[in-house]
Design a protein around this ligand. Structure first.
Ligand code: ATP
Ligand code: MG
Ligand code: FE
Length: 333
């Protein structure tokens, strides 16, 4: 089964062709990061207009790279939420038109489930039951999965998402948007022990809270700008986020008795996080999986993979009345 995936939830116009939910034939991403950089974040109206310009060339390129023409597509999957309403509509409308013209099924995909399914784009897909830590720009969710479509929410952030915290702290340190990868690079030259940083444990729960770390950094750079090196602040902030995320994710995997722990979302590209999770999981015999960096951040291959499983195992097909939902939760859809 060849799935055409379409992703337009934020500032990446992406199209991909994926076979049987696991083999990536093509994955094309037109990013608008340069366009939004001067505003320090994504401007929804600007993003929608850019998606309209990018969507057809991006789809053409994905098909060309895959060496497949539209007639070789068996299923169309597009992100239906969460995300920006105007940008989601561009991708979903394109998907409807293509599915209708080809007479093939259409599936609306939950973007956050898409991030999880980036982990299935490999020859030896993860085995259930599993625990997955989804750490993206807008979400931080810890979920248990008994099987495809059988999800339980264990915990989530009560304020900022992990990626959002990285981006806000990066901005305070004068780094360009999106700041996560820049902050990770800066942190490599820093000493995490040189700067005091709180650990928001929220004892006894699987929930997270990262806004206090951002405030701690704000006070440091505002009130005592000469006191600490930027590298050390970056390293201390990253160490705090990573320690809390890794500890809770591995504790959840242990307490739920699973042998597989997945990392997903843009922050899963962070080397320090990957390493911290692996170090804690290895002695417990828990296998840790994460996608390659290009499949951690937004892409359409993950949407095609999730769409394939929704259709194959969930038996769901959407009609041309498929609606977008900017606020879709990770368990919905
Ligand atoms: P959501 O998926 O919640 O709608 P999003 O799609 O904007 O949000 P993603 O594309 O999954 O988020 O991830 C982008 C986020 O990941 C940004 O906040 C970015 O800074 C962060 N990120 C990317 N690489 C790294 C890294 N190496 N270290 C830390 N953060 C990173
Ligand atoms: Mg993005
Ligand atoms: Fe995302």
């Amino acid at each position: 089964t060849r799935v055409l995936g379409i992703e337009t939830s934020c500032d990446e116009t992406a199209a991909a062709v994926v076979e049987d939910g696991r083999r990536v034939l093509a994955s094309v991403i037109a990013t608008q990061a340069d366009l939004h950089r001067k505003y320090g974040g994504v401007v929804p109206e600007v993003a929608s207009r850019q998606h309209l310009e990018n969507i057809v060339p991006t789809l053409r390129e994905a098909l060309a790279q895959a060496g497949v023409d539209l007639g070789g597509i068996d299923l169309v999957a597009a992100t239906a939420g969460p995300g920006l309403v105007g940008t989601l509509l561009v991708g979903v409308s394109a998907a409807k038109a293509i599915a209708f013209a080809l007479g093939v099924p259409l599936v609306g995909v939950n973007h956050l489930q898409g991030h999880i399914y980036a982990n299935f784009l490999r020859p030896d897909p993860p085995e259930f039951p599993l625990v997955c830590l989804v750490v993206s720009g807008g979400h931080t969710d810890l979920v248990y999965m008994a099987g495809h479509g059988e999800m339980e929410l264990l915990g989530r952030t009560r304020d900022d998402a992990a990626g959002e915290a990285f981006d806000k702290v990066a901005r305070l340190l004068g780094l360009p948007y999106p700041g996560g990868p820049h902050l990770e690079r800066l942190a490599r030259d820093g000493d995490p022990g040189a700067v005091p940083m709180p650990r928001p444990w929220l004892e006894g729960s699987y929930d997270f809270s990262f806004s206090g770390l951002k405030t701690a950094v704000l006070y440091m750079v505002r009130d005592e700008p000469e006191r600490h090196r930027r590298e050390d602040i970056a390293a201390a902030f990253q160490a705090a986020v990573v320690e809390v995320l890794a500890t809770k994710a591995v504790r959840a995997a242990r307490e739920r008795g699973v042998r597989t722990l997945l990392l997903a979302g843009g922050v899963a590209a962070n080397q320090a996080l990957r390493q911290a999770v692996e170090e804690r999981a290895a002695p417990l015999g828990i296998r840790v999986l994460y996608p390659p960096p290009a499949l951690c951040t937004d892409n359409a291959a993950m949407i095609a993979a999730a769409g394939y499983h929704v259709w194959r195992h969930g038996g769901r097909v959407d009609g041309l009345d498929l609606a977008v939902d900017p606020n879709l939760g990770i368990l919905e859809g």
